[in-house]
Ligand binder design. Structure first.
Ligand SMILES: Nc1ncnc2c1ncn2[C@@H]1O[C@H](COP(=O)(O)OP(=O)(O)OP(=O)(O)O)[C@@H](O)[C@H]1O
Length: 248
């Protein structure tokens, strides 16, 4: 008997309707451990809605989302975070008046209590982890800078760092390089390729060059369904993808 393949994430028959309109329609896709999956597709294809469903922000009408064997459709948003799924939205949600160090420190799982989150002792473990993450996100020289003075790209990296410090096994990013300079995009690709050991990343992306630099595999959505999937060369050559997306 063969053992079924272990996916980190298995999305099957996922559907959500808004007033009868199926934004995600019988969607199925599977993510392996240690892969970067890029989701592309035209505006309104259901990409953001798919991530909203996985992180529990939107409830599915039907279908299943299994993450490391757990059924996420039955869980609340905070339980999904706790299970190891981190989500970054398009606009950074960092604390402008705190330093880079403090933003990372309050995101460290132990510090997230209702009272005194900022007051907890900066022991060696937290400091080491903050410094390690700051290095990873190219902000090691900015630990004492207030977040409001960072560039747009640095703010995006800081938010990725705030998720990484929680060590999620699945990280989901919605257009992480939108508004970034070319050199920031190159560094972001480097960052993502570095962090996938022991985790997987799902990225929604419109920038095809960036997508090409990071994708293990690409899933193309159109009208809430997968119309093509495979490596970048495969989907770029797929006439269906050219017709609905790349040809525009
Ligand atoms: N809460 C909601 N209520 C009603 N309709 C919604 C809701 N959320 C999304 N939609 C609709 O579902 C469709 C899919 O939207 P979604 O944002 O997932 O697309 P997308 O692929 O992420 O597009 P884009 O590339 O423009 O971000 C759109 O037609 C959108 O208007």
């Amino acid at each position: 008997m063969t053992t079924p393949k272990e996916f980190l994430l298995a999305v099957e028959g996922l559907t959500v309707s808004f007033d009868g309109f199926k934004a995600v329609d019988d969607l199925s896709f599977y993510v392996d451990p240690d892969e970067i999956r890029v989701i592309i597709g035209p505006n309104g294809a259901g990409k953001t809605t798919a991530l909203d469903l996985i992180c529990g922000r939107t409830k599915a009408s039907s279908g299943s989302i299994r993450f490391r064997g757990q059924e996420l459709t039955k869980m609340k948003e905070h339980q999904i975070v706790h299970a190891g799924v981190g989500r970054k939205f398009q606009n950074p949600s960092i604390y402008d008046d705190l330093t880079v160090f403090e933003n990372l420190e309050i995101s460290f799982p132990r510090g997230r209590t209702v009272f005194g989150a900022l007051a907890f002792k900066r022991d060696a473990e937290v400091r080491d982890r903050v410094e390690e993450i700051a290095e990873m996100i190219f902000l090691a020289d900015h630990l004492d800078d207030r977040a409001e003075f960072l560039s747009h790209g640095q703010k995006q990296w800081l938010e990725i760092g705030m998720l990484l410090i929680q060590d999620p096994e699945l990280l989901m990013l919605d257009e992480p390089v939108a508004g970034m300079s070319v050199s920031e995009r190159v560094k972001t690709a480097e960052l993502l390729n570095r962090i996938i050991k022991g985790r997987s990343v799902i990225v929604i992306e419109h920038d095809m060059k960036f997508a090409e630099d990071i994708a293990t595999r690409v899933t193309v959505l159109h009208q809430g369904k997968v119309i093509s999937e495979g490596d970048m060369a495969h989907v770029k050559a797929d006439p269906k993808v050219v017709e609905v997306y790349l040809g525009h």
